[in-house]
Design a protein around this ligand. Structure first.
Ligand code: SAH
Length: 507
């Protein structure tokens, strides 16, 4: 029988951008994925839709899957001929028990490959502004576990030698036995004044860094209620942080933002906010679905050449229109006749990417303004509007008032997304959200519909509301919300700019 291949992949310590190209490639190809909690959950989106996903990590309320069971599963799936990705936090061979997994595979004759990862000691320190070595102060660095195999009779860590000899000491799993280990380093003669840092949840938006001294570490762990996953870093390099901190200085670092956009469209907004340092919670209030009845859209597509103008008002409208054109085995050349208009730069770009040149309009145009701008030109013209089922009537009314003959067809529907992710619901009820973003009137309406069973008091008291433009702002106000900032340009980048401006000015 054909043997499979097991990739033991280091996923990095948290920031999903820190997986290697090779690791991501293997993950995308795998038929079976074994993952634990230290590896960022967002990697699961990268897996094949038909991949078997097996969680083998620790959950607070469940016994951990024993290592022998993980080894057994890897061997079993490998022998079945599968491509298996074993995703591990940081690097698989640094305090990750990857060595034991590889041994089990080697013994069973299952082919395997190791894809190294960025280990926490390298990544979390760098993100905290601490170079692991620096020619001015440190030529040696050691990665040490503060928590050895509990069955081991004697410690293999000789603190009395490490303490004075190693420039930068990085301790993994060090919180539980911190007092004893720190005391041994002090006893070894290392000065109590040596700079030291605690880096909790390094490389994640929730990263927290506490700077202290070797002598002050135990007190700092208690005072700041430090919990795993945390690294303890001891050495002169810690003092470089004053100059080299960057991750925690980004404009939205520490800000907790709720995104209400549809799942399919949220990614740009989520990525932009994340890159600026925000902690983003997704709570999709709308879903984009095909029309219930395709007949009007189909008729318009078949007769596209008869229109003088086609006006697209959203990226979704463009996508559904052209996908349907393809599904009907029609051809893009049917659109040779009509002039094509777009509202907003994202809609324009979506058309341009399909090889269609759009009529020139000022960037800030939105539905009402476009109607007015086209007004003079459209008297007696046939205008096609492929739109959402719930699109507001103003554009159609303006065009008709100007004497146009308007055909409005539903290209897609905006419906309530009823999924209720537990983490988002909890953050809403506890008010642990600093910013609530709305990207359309329907995200506002459906947000309230979706939250019917939730208590919004704390959210309303704590969260600031950021809106994409005046129409959305009006809808938010109708729902009793105070809007704290509105985008100047009615686009996703405009919304992000408004949020950053508000956050930096009010901090
Ligand atoms: N194989 C992993 C380490 C697993 S041991 C690696 O190479 O990084 C688990 C310990 O790693 C935690 O107790 C903590 O000390 C450290 N660690 C892992 N991820 C971390 C993170 N994001 N921030 C700080 N420490 C982390």
């Amino acid at each position: 029988m054909k043997k499979g291949l097991v990739y033991i992949i280091g996923a990095g310590p948290g920031d999903p951008g820190l997986i290697t190209v090779k690791g991501l490639d293997a993950l995308r190809r795998a038929g079976v994925v074994l993952y634990d909690r230290l590896a960022n959950e967002s990697f699961l989106k990268e897996c094949r839709p038909d991949a078997e996903l097996i969680f083998v990590g620790k959950m607070p309320d469940r016994h951990p899957v024993p290592q022998e069971e993980i080894n057994r599963l890897l061997v079993e799936k490998g022998l079945e001929g599968k491509i298996v990705a074993r995703l591990k936090g940081g690097d698989p061979y640094i305090f990750g028990r990857g060595g034991e997994e590889a041994e089990a595979l080697a013994e069973a004759g299952v082919p395997f490959e190791i894809v190294p990862g960025v280990t926490a000691a390298i990544a979390a320190t760098a993100y905290a502004g601490i170079p692991a070595t620096h020619r001015d102060c440190t030529s040696t660095v050691a990665f040490i576990t503060g928590h050895e195999d509990p069955n081991k009779a004697e410690t293999a860590v000789d603190w009395s030698r490490i303490g004075p000899a190693i420039g930068t000491i990085v301790i993994y799993m060090g919180i539980k036995h911190s007092e004893k280990n720190i005391q041994q380093i002090l006893d070894s003669g290392r000065s109590a004044d040596t700079p030291a840092a605690l880096i909790q949840q390094g490389t994640l938006p929730s990263q927290r860094t506490v700077v202290t001294t070797l002598g002050g570490l135990s007190q700092a762990i208690r005072d700041h209620a430090i919990k795993p996953p945390t690294l303890i870093v001891i050495g002169e390099v810690v003092s470089m942080r004053d100059k080299l901190s960057w991750f925690e200085n980004r404009p939205l670092f520490g800000a907790r933002v709720l995104v209400t956009r549809s799942r399919t469209q949220a990614s740009k907004l989520v990525n932009d906010l994340y890159a600026l340092g925000a902690s983003v919670t997704e709570f999709h209030s709308i879903k984009i679905e095909p029309p219930l009845d395709f007949a009007p859209l189909d008729a318009a597509l078949r007769n596209a050449a008869e229109f003088d103008h086609i006006v697209f008002t959203s990226v979704n409208g463009v996508e559904f229109f052209f996908n349907r054109l393809r599904d009907l085995h029609l051809d893009i050349r049917e659109l040779k006749g009509p002039r094509i208009w777009a509202i907003g730069p994202a809609t324009r770009d979506e058309l341009t990417a399909r090889g269609i040149t759009v009529e020139k309009l000022p960037m800030e145009f939105f539905a009402k303004a476009l109607g007015e701008a086209m007004g003079k030109a459209v008297s007696g013209h046939k205008v096609l509007l492929p739109r959402a089922d719930i699109a507001p009537p103003v554009l159609r009314e303006d065009l008709e008032a100007a004497g146009a003959q308007v055909t409005e067809v539903t290209a897609y529907r905006t419906v309530l997304d009823e999924s209720m992710p537990a983490d988002a619901a909890r953050a809403i009820e506890t008010g642990e959200i600093d910013y609530l973003t709305f990207t359309s009137s329907s995200t506002v309406r459906n947000f309230f519909e979706k939250c019917k069973g939730l208590n919004l008091d704390k959210l309303k008291a704590n969260a600031r509301i950021i809106s994409i433009g005046p129409v959305t702002t009006d809808t938010a106000r109708e729902h009793g919300l105070t809007v704290h900032a509105e985008a100047e340009e009615f686009t996703i980048p405009g919304l992000v700019d408004a949020l950053v401006k508000y956050h930096t000015e009010t901090l």
